[in-house]
Design a protein around this ligand. Structure first.
Ligand SMILES: [Cu+2]
Length: 363
C-alpha cells in the first residue's frame, strides 16, 4: 500500500491533527523535492527554508524532448498597438489587516494585533528609480488594449527571504519563456528570478484576452507566497473602449495563522478584514460601475452586493455569483440605487470573519 504523504510530512503533526487544523488554513506545499505542511504558526519559515535550498535549474538536455530545444521570439505589438511598460518589484511589507481595530458593520471592536509581514508586488517608476506608490495588497492593476504587448520589468527584492519568485499572468498570450512558472528541470528563463535579479516579461494582448485576469507568483514557493499577498490583476480592453467611470479589482481571500503568524484567522478583501477596513466603494447614480472579483485562496466565494443585480457572462441576471480559486467574475452595471449598501461574500463563515464592506451610492 502506498504510504499516505500526510503521515510522512511532519512527525510532530500526524494526519488526524493536520486534517483538524486544515479548517484553520493549513495547506501542503511541494517545494522542489520537499513537501512542507504549513499548518501552524512558524511553519511558513520551514517553507521559506525549503525554497531557499532550491538552486537555479540547469538547462534540460535538449535531447530529452523536442519542446526543450525550441526557441521563441519576443512578441511585438500588433499594428496600431503599443508596448505598455511597467516596473514591478517583489518586496516584503508590514501589513495591517484591521487598521481601525473595528467592524463598522456591527459596530464592534476587533482588538488584537493584525500586523504581519506580507509579500507583495510593488509598482515602481521607470527603471526602478523610485516607488510608484506604497507596497500594498493587491499589487498594481495592469491595463492594456488588444494589440498591445504588456512589457513587465520585474525585480526580486526579497533579499531576506532568499528565494526565487516570478510573475505568472492569466488571460494574455505568452511563450514558455514568459510563463513565469517554476518547472523543476524544465524551467525557462522567466520561471526562476532569484533575489536581486531582474527579468522582463512580454505578454500579448490578443482578442481572447479581453477581460480581467489575475497574476500571481508561480515560483518554487508559490502557494505560500500567493497566500501572503503576491497577487494582482490585469485588465485588457478592446481597442479604444472607454474606461468605466468606476472600476476596481477586489480579491477575496483568507489570511490564516499558518501564513501570518497571527493568533486568529481573517477572511479578507484586498488584504483587509471587516467593513471600514476593506475597500469602501463610493459611486454616484448614473455612473458605469465595473468590479472585477477574484478568488485568491483555496475556497469558493459568493460575491453579493445588496440592492443590485447584473448580467453574468451567459446573460442571466445574478446578484451572488461564485468565484473559485483564481477565477474571476466581472460585475458591470449603471448605478441606479442610491444609499448605504453592504457588499460581502455570501459564505456565511467568511462574511462573519471579515469578508464584507460598504458600498455607498450618492444620488
Ligand atoms: Cu467567501
Amino acid at each position: 500500500m502506498t504510504p499516505d504523504p500526510l503521515d510522512q510530512l511532519d512527525p510532530t503533526l500526524g494526519r488526524r491533527r493536520f486534517l483538524q487544523v486544515s479548517a484553520a488554513g493549513a495547506f501542503l506545499c511541494t517545494i522542489g523535492s520537499e513537501r512542507v505542511a504549513v499548518a501552524r504558526r512558524g511553519d511558513a519559515a520551514k517553507a521559506d527554508a525549503a525554497a531557499a535550498r532550491i538552486a537555479r535549474p540547469k538547462a534540460r538536455a535538449a535531447a530529452a524532448e523536442p519542446t526543450e530545444s525550441q526557441t521563441y521570439v519576443t512578441p511585438q505589438p500588433q499594428p496600431g498597438g503599443q508596448k505598455v511598460e511597467y516596473w514591478i518589484q517583489a518586496t516584503t511589507a508590514r501589513w495591517t489587516i484591521v487598521p481601525t481595530k473595528r467592524d463598522d458593520w456591527h459596530g464592534v471592536a476587533q482588538p488584537g494585533g493584525s500586523t504581519f509581514t506580507a509579500v507583495v508586488y510593488q509598482q515602481m517608476t521607470e527603471g526602478f528609480a523610485a516607488a510608484f506608490g506604497p507596497a500594498a495588497m493587491p499589487g498594481p492593476t495592469l491595463h492594456a488594449e488588444v494589440g498591445d504587448t504588456l512589457v513587465v520589468h520585474f525585480r526580486n527584492n526579497l533579499g531576506d527571504l532568499k528565494q526565487a519568485v516570478t510573475m505568472h499572468p492569466h488571460g494574455v498570450k505568452y511563450n514558455p519563456e514568459y510563463d513565469g512558472v517554476y518547472l523543476g528541470d524544465y524551467t525557462r528563463a522567466g520561471g526562476f528570478i532569484a533575489p536581486g535579479e531582474e527579468f522582463t516579461y512580454t505578454w500579448e494582448c490578443v482578442p481572447e484576452s479581453v477581460g480581467a485576469w489575475p497574476y500571481h507568483d508561480h515560483g518554487p514557493n508559490h502557494t505560500l507566497n500567493t497566500f501572503r499577498g503576491m497577487f494582482g490583476s490585469l485588465v485588457i480592453r478592446p481597442k479604444g473602449e472607454a474606461v468605466p467611470i468606476f472600476e476596481k479589482s477586489l480579491f477575496l481571500h483568507q489570511l490564516q495563522p499558518p501564513v501570518t503568524g497571527l493568533k486568529r484567522s481573517y477572511q479578507c478583501i484586498n488584504g483587509r478584514a471587516f467593513a471600514g477596513n476593506t475597500p469602501t466603494i463610493r459611486v454616484k447614480v448614473g455612473q458605469e460601475v465595473a468590479l472585477h472579483v477574484f478568488g485568491m485562496d483555496n475556497n469558493f466565494h459568493d460575491f453579493h452586493i445588496h440592492g443590485h443585480r447584473w448580467k453574468d457572462a451567459s446573460g442571466a441576471f445574478v446578484d451572488t455569483p461564485t468565484v473559485g480559486p483564481n477565477e474571476t467574475t466581472s460585475v458591470r452595471f449603471v448605478e441606479d440605487n442610491p444609499g448605504r449598501w453592504l457588499y460581502h461574500c455570501h459564505v456565511f463563515s467568511h462574511q462573519d470573519a471579515g469578508m464584507a464592506g460598504w458600498y455607498l451610492v450618492e444620488q
